[in-house]
Ligand binder design. Structure first.
Ligand SMILES: Cc1cc2nc3c(=O)[nH]c(=O)nc-3n(C[C@H](O)[C@H](O)[C@H](O)COP(=O)(O)OP(=O)(O)OC[C@H]3O[C@@H](n4cnc5c(N)ncnc54)[C@H](O)[C@@H]3O)c2cc1C
Ligand SMILES: NC(=O)c1ccc[n+]([C@@H]2O[C@H](COP(=O)([O-])OP(=O)(O)OC[C@H]3O[C@@H](n4cnc5c(N)ncnc54)[C@H](O)[C@@H]3O)[C@@H](O)[C@H]2O)c1
Length: 441
């Protein structure tokens, strides 16, 4: 039996943020991973998606500037783009493991299962620790309908050797909007099928409606209020059917949500409370067993399930283990970006919340389409909404191809409580998205 101060289950950003802080504080740490080292973000999530997006963004800029100095629209060689992606993702797990071990973190490949409140089993080994951190994340889930075996996940899409001529995405959340935009710009005929009429729930309806219109203009088809009941194979195609709807396609991606990785953990043995949404934690990220913490996608929390959130929580858990007097977790404004085409992003107080309290918040809606930053790139749509409380920026929304850059600047302004007067005192490089900031006040 091996003994450690802390055993961390899962090597994603949540687990690694905890591990690196704890090892720096001279604790003995073991990290257990059953699949690829580094978890979802660098292997099956943010990073591979963003590498594929590099190609898609290039095509989009090409299309926008065609006839404005650009003669021909380039095309994506999917095989080459995938090779480029693999040049990042293939070496990642081994490099991650080596780096962790160089830092002094012990690593074990295998599935962790609790035997008791302070012991887990991995392969044939028993590991005892004073504290455990459950950072096991989530995995894609497939709709439980006939023909489930013909569906693919986001992980499968991110490994596609050839781009199918046509594709269907089931569900209309983050993953669908992002991967569908990439597939469309790479030349596939894309259809998004959604079971209700509210795609990207959690985002402002008007912004989502503008995004859907933009994606339709690019040739993406949408089918709303369609509940697919069956997928079947017909020759070399897949046939989808549901309430008075049918369609044939070359490839089906199911992106109808993700489920927490908790089944193998045997959480009852550790007195850890959970349900189908994940592991329950208090404001100190402690589970119902106070010596066992959880962080990242596996926890039940209202905060969005994002890499920086998992990392923030992982670092918090380490600080709490190192110093029990640390106060409750206090999240700063959380920035959320949908890397669709165009990109949709938000931070802080939501538009709906601001509209409900007109005495407290003032809302400024700005059409930026004619601003130099966007006209220069011939972008078809660029808009932002900024929300103020007593002249202090507290929330923002933006839709454009520069939305990722703009929203992060706005987050810094919110976090650091920077005012219009403060920006007026700065000399920012111009003309840029940053130098536009003043015009948003
Ligand atoms: C396609 C896609 C795109 C995304 N894009 C973005 C983005 O652009 N920006 C962003 O902020 N977020 C994005 N996300 C979300 C982001 O990837 C997650 O929020 C983040 O990776 C969560 O990290 P984590 O450490 O909680 O879990 P994970 O990274 O999932 O790590 C958990 C690890 O635990 C392991 N594990 C599970 N059970 C066990 C067990 N019993 N024993 C041992 N090991 C176990 C798993 O194999 C996994 O490696 C994306 C997600 C997906 C799927
Ligand atoms: N850019 C980013 O930050 C980013 C990108 C991708 C994923 N993520 C994270 O990963 C999580 C998972 O992404 P996702 O897109 O799988 O989930 P999601 O929750 O965003 O979307 C799932 C979609 O499937 C739909 N759905 C649910 N049940 C259905 C059913 N029975 N039939 C048809 N549709 C159904 C939902 O209405 C929703 O639109 C996100 O919530 C996010 O936290 C983040």
């Amino acid at each position: 039996m091996r003994k450690y101060d802390i055993a961390i289950i899962g090597s994603g950003v949540g687990g690694f943020a905890s591990a690196s802080a704890l090892i720096e504080a001279k604790k003995t740490v073991v990290m257990i991973e059953e699949d690829v080292w580094g978890g979802t973000c660098p292997n099956h999530g943010c990073d591979p998606k963003k590498i594929l997006l590099s190609g898609a963004e290039t095509i989009e800029q090409n299309i926008q500037l065609k006839g404005k100095g650009i003669t021909d629209v380039a095309s994506i060689n999917w095989g080459q783009l995938m090779e480029f992606k693999r040049s990042f993702t293939n070496p990642f797990p081994d490099n991650f493991k080596t780096n962790a071990e160089d830092l002094g973190i012990d690593t074990i490949k295998g599935t962790a299962t609790f035997l008791s409140k302070n012991q887990i089993q991995v392969n044939d080994e028993i590991i005892e620790a004073s504290n455990f951190i459950i950072a096991t994340g989530q995995r894609p889930s497939l709709l439980n309908i006939e023909g489930k075996e013909y569906m693919n996940t986001s992980t499968d899409f991110l490994e596609l050797d050839e781009l199918p001529k046509s594709m269907v995405f089931l569900g209309a959340g983050y993953i669908t909007f992002e991967l569908a935009s990439i597939a469309n710009l790479a030349g596939s005929d894309v259809t998004i099928i959604h079971h209700n009429h509210r795609p990207l729930k959690g985002f402002d309806e008007n912004y989502v409606s503008d995004l859907v219109s933009s994606m339709k203009d690019k040739g993406i088809h949408f089918a709303f209020d369609v509940d697919i009941k069956k997928v079947s194979k017909e020759d070399d195609k897949y046939a989808l059917s549901g309430n008075d709807y049918s369609l044939q396609t070359d490839y089906v991606v199911c992106a109808a949500g993700r489920v927490p990785n908790i089944e193998d953990l045997n959480l009852e043995k550790a007195d850890v409370t959970y349900d189908k949404r994940g592991v329950q934690v208090n404001d100190f990220m402690q589970t119902s067993n106070p010596s066992i913490y959880a962080c990242g996608d596996v926890v039940i929390k209202k905060q969005p399930k994002l890499t920086p959130v998992a990392s923030f929580e992982g670092s918090y858990v380490a600080s709490k283990i190192l110093d029990n007097t640390v106060k409750e977790i206090d999240y700063p404004a959380i920035t959320t970006i949908v890397y669709s085409s165009p990109k949709l992003a938000k931070v802080g107080i939501d538009i709906s919340e601001a509209k409900e309290q007109p005495d407290k918040y003032s809302i400024n809606e700005i059409d930026m389409t004619n601003w130099f930053t966007y006209r220069r790139m011939n972008e078809p749509i660029a808009k932002a909404t900024v929300i103020f409380e007593n002249k202090k920026l507290v929330g923002a929304y933006t839709l454009s191809n520069q939305a990722d850059t703009l929203i992060n600047y706005l987050t810094i302004l919110i976090d650091k409580k920077i005012t219009k007067e403060d920006i007026q005192q700065m000399i920012l490089g111009s003309p840029t998205v940053a130098s536009d900031l003043l015009h948003l006040f």
